[in-house]
Ligand binder design. Structure first.
Ligand SMILES: [Zn+2]
Ligand SMILES: [Zn+2]
Length: 225
């Protein structure tokens, strides 16, 4: 969803300006250094990734949001296209939040498109059914397919006090910093634990979209998480 975000950024920026907010323009902090195209690209990539990390924590922590995000986690077979299997509402909420952060920190719309493309390509690689580990320091610098696979693993990806591990989208530094990193190796089965008990998250696209909404409605009725 690269292109629909540009009008969204424009719209948000217009609204915020009306409210009296102005961009932070992070790339102007150190003129001559932080405004060099490559440096400013990397700074924004890092900052948007930090936002993505916390959005992802929210997707696992907030009960109704998890029901939407569960569509992404219910895939038992990881593929290059798994990254695109999401609930439409989950995508919409995440994209709007990232666009809002981008506007607040001063990402230019053209740059935002480039940042989104870079992030999406890396995310597709992570979801491929590969046993790749970058290994060594690189494993801690950029999210590898193996690191993200553990986030999808039954028994790891949505468990424990943090409700999961390895939430970082591009840079594991956030998981290291906030103590949610797990670098163990091994090829673990992916999915959600209750799928083993036969819970059905839907087979086709529309079934998955509909069942997520129904799970939210029924857990509200019963007061269950
Ligand atoms: Zn997740
Ligand atoms: Zn994923």
């Amino acid at each position: 969803m690269v292109l629909p975000q540009t009008p969204l950024v424009d719209l948000l920026e217009g609204e915020l300006r009306l409210l009296g907010f102005s961009r932070l323009n992070v790339d102007q902090f150190w003129p001559g250094v932080t405004d060099l195209p490559l440096i400013s690209f990397l700074i924004y990539l890092l900052l948007l990734d930090l936002a993505d990390y916390w959005i992802h924590r929210g997707q696992h922590r907030i009960a109704w949001w998890w029901e939407l995000h569960a569509v992404h986690h219910s895939q038992r077979q990881m593929t290059f296209w798994s990254d695109n299997r999401n609930h439409l509402l989950d995508d919409l909420i995440r994209d709007a939040l990232v666009a809002l952060v981008a506007v607040l920190i001063g990402v230019a719309p053209e740059q935002f498109v480039l940042l989104t493309v870079a992030s999406r390509v890396l995310q597709s690689v992570q979801h491929a059914n590969l046993r790749w580990r970058w290994g060594g320091l690189a494993e801690r610098l950029v999210v590898s397919p193996s690191f993200h696979r553990l986030h999808h693993a039954i028994g790891f990806g949505h468990e424990g006090p943090a409700r999961g591990c390895n939430f970082a989208v591009l840079f594991p530094v956030w998981d290291l910093l906030f103590r949610t990193a797990d670098f163990r190796s091994g090829f673990v089965p992916t999915g959600i634990r209750d799928q083993l008990d036969g819970r059905d998250y839907g087979r086709g696209f529309w079934a998955q979209q509909w069942l997520a909404l129904r799970r939210i409605a029924t857990s509200r009725q019963t007061g269950a998480r």
